[in-house]
Design a protein around this ligand. Structure first.
Ligand code: HEM
Length: 398
C-alpha cells in the first residue's frame, strides 16, 4: 500500500470497509491521523488483545489524554490501566453488571423502551438518533450513575466530545475552537459528576454511585478521584457505543426490509440479528494500545512505545475468518465477541448493551412495519467509535 491512509476522510468515514480490505493486504502499517500502527487481520487483533504485557492499555490513556487536553478522568480510569491496578478496580464493579443486577434492571429497560417508541411519530420524518437511539441508553446509564433524565442531550454532547479527542490526534498543528470546546466539556462533566457524588454521600440511594462510594478495595474506599474516573468511564463507554448499535440496527432494517419482516414474524431472532449487526457494523471500530517493547508481527517491527490501533472494524470483515464477510447474514453460525473486545478489558457492559438493543428493537418492531430513510446521514468523527450523529427516518405502522 503506498502512502498513509487517513481513516477520518469523509468518504472513509461513510464506508470504511473498502479501505479496511486494502489495509488487510498490508496488515501491519501506519495510518493517519496520529500515525497509529494498525492491526487489521482477525488473528492479529485477537492475539494483541490477549497480550497486555506487550500491548498495554496505557494506549487508551495516551489516546484520550493528549498534551493539548491535559486532564481527562476517563483516561485515568481502569480502561487506561494494566494489571495489577486494573484487576483491583474491575473487581469492584463486576457485580453491578452481573446476571442478577441485569435481571433487576430488565423491567425498567423495557418500560423505557416502550415509552420511547410510543413517542415516535408515524409517517413523518424524525431524527432517529435523537428520538430512538439516544434516549434508551441515556435513560439506563442515567439510572446507573444518577443523571437527570431531562438532560439526555447534554450527556450525549459530553460523550460525543469525549470520544472525538482521538480525531484531533496527539499533536495538532494549531489550536482550534474544537479543542477548547472539549476542554470545557471535561470541566462541565466533572462539575456535574462532582455534584452527583456529593449528593449521594449525604443521601445514599439504591444505585451504582452509592455502591461505588461504599465499596472497599483491600479494606480501603475509593478516593474521590477514582470515583470520578469511574463515572467518566461509565458515561463514555456505556452511552455512545450503545447509541451506535441501535442506529446501525435501524440502518440495516432500512436497507433490508426482508430482514425486518422476518424479525417481525419471529422476535426470537432479534438477538441473532444484533450479533450480526455487531459484526457487520461494530460501534467500536478500534481500541488503542501502546507497545511496551519492539514487537515483530508478520515480518514488520513495531517499535517500543508506538501507538497501536486494534481494528475490530476490519477484523470483523476478515474473509479468512468470516465467509462472505461483506454480506449481512443473520443466519451466520457461532458467537463473535470481538466487537466487545477480548481478554482482561472485555466489555463490562456487553450483556447490558445486548439487553437494551433487544428490548428497544422489540418495541420498535411491535409498532412499526416499515422504516425508510428521509435524508442523508451525518457521521461522527472519532478513531474509536463510529456511528451517525443524525439519521432522518420515516416509520410506518403498515
Ligand atoms: C454496543 C455497545 C458496546 C460496545 C460495542 C462496547 C465495546 C467495548 C470494548 C471494545 C471494550 C474494550 C476496551 C479495551 O479493551 O480497552 C469495552 C470496555 C468497557 N465497556 Fe463497553 N461497549 C458497549 C457498551 C457498554 C455499556 C452499556 C457499558 C456500561 C454501562 C460498558 C462499559 C464498559 C467498561 C466499564 C469497559 C472497561 C472495561 C475494562 O477496562 O476492564 N460498555 N467496551
Amino acid at each position: 500500500m503506498s502512502g498513509r491512509v487517513n481513516l477520518l476522510l469523509p468518504e472513509v468515514r461513510a464506508n470504511p470497509y473498502p479501505t479496511y480490505a486494502e489495509l488487510r493486504r498490508s496488515p501491519v502499517c501506519q495510518v493517519d491521523p496520529g500515525g497509529y500502527w494498525v492491526l487489521t487481520r482477525h488473528d492479529d487483533v485477537v492475539a494483541a488483545f490477549k497480550n497486555p504485557q506487550v500491548f498495554s492499555n496505557i494506549g487508551m490513556r495516551v489516546a484520550t489524554k493528549p498534551a493539548w487536553l491535559g486532564h481527562n478522568p476517563f483516561a485515568d480510569s481502569m480502561i487506561g490501566m494494566d494489571p495489577p491496578n486494573h484487576g483491583r478496580l474491575r473487581s469492584l464493579v463486576n457485580r453491578a453488571f452481573g446476571p442478577s443486577a441485569l435481571a433487576r434492571l430488565e423491567p425498567r429497560v423495557r418500560a423505557f423502551a416502550d415509552s420511547i417508541v410510543a413517542r415516535l411519530p408515524e409517517g413523518t420524518p424524525v431524527d432517529f438518533v435523537d428520538a430512538f437511539s439516544l434516549p434508551l441508553p441515556a435513560s439506563v446509564i442515567g439510572e446507573l450513575i444518577g443523571l437527570d433524565p431531562t438532560q439526555h442531550h447534554l450527556f450525549k454532547r459530553w460523550a460525543d466530545d469525549l470520544t472525538s479527542i482521538s480525531a484531533i490526534g496527539p499533536r495538532p498543528e494549531r489550536e482550534t475552537p474544537r479543542m477548547e470546546e472539549i476542554r470545557a466539556t471535561v470541566k462541565e462533566t466533572e462539575q456535574y459528576m462532582g455534584r452527583v457524588l456529593a449528593s449521594r454521600r449525604v443521601e445514599p440511594r439504591d444505585d451504582l454511585v452509592t455502591d461505588l462510594i461504599n465499596a472497599r478495595v483491600d479494606g480501603e474506599s475509593l478516593t474521590d478521584t477514582e470515583l470520578m474516573n469511574f463515572m467518566f468511564l461509565l458515561l463514555v463507554a456505556g452511552l455512545e457505543t450503545t447509541i451506535h448499535l441501535m442506529s446501525h440496527s435501524v440502518r440495516v432494517l432500512m436497507e433490508r426490509p426482508d430482514v425486518l419482516e422476518r424479525l417481525r414474524a419471529d422476535r426470537s431472532r432479534i438477538p441473532r440479528f444484533l450479533e450480526e449487526v455487531l459484526r457487520y457494523e461494530p460501534p467500536v471500530q478500534a481500541i488503542m494500545r501502546v507497545t511496551t517493547g519492539d514487537t515483530e508481527i508478520r515480518g514488520v517491527t513495531i517499535p517500543k512505545g508506538s501507538p497501536v490501533a486494534l481494528m475490530m472494524g476490519a477484523a470483523n470483515r476478515d474473509e479468512t475468518h468470516f465467509a462472505g464477510a461483506d454480506a449481512f447474514d443473520m443466519d451466520r453460525e457461532g458467537t463473535n465477541n470481538l466487537p466487545f473486545g477480548h481478554g482482561i478489558h472485555f466489555c463490562l457492559g456487553a450483556p447490558l448493551a445486548r439487553l437494551e438493543a433487544r428490548l428497544g428493537l422489540e418495541a420498535l418492531l411491535t409498532r412499526f412495519a416499515r422504516l425508510t430513510p428521509a435524508g442523508p446521514l451525518k457521521w461522527n468523527q472519532s478513531m474509536t467509535v463510529r456511528g451517525p450523529v443524525s439519521m432522518p427516518v420515516v416509520a410506518y405502522a403498515e
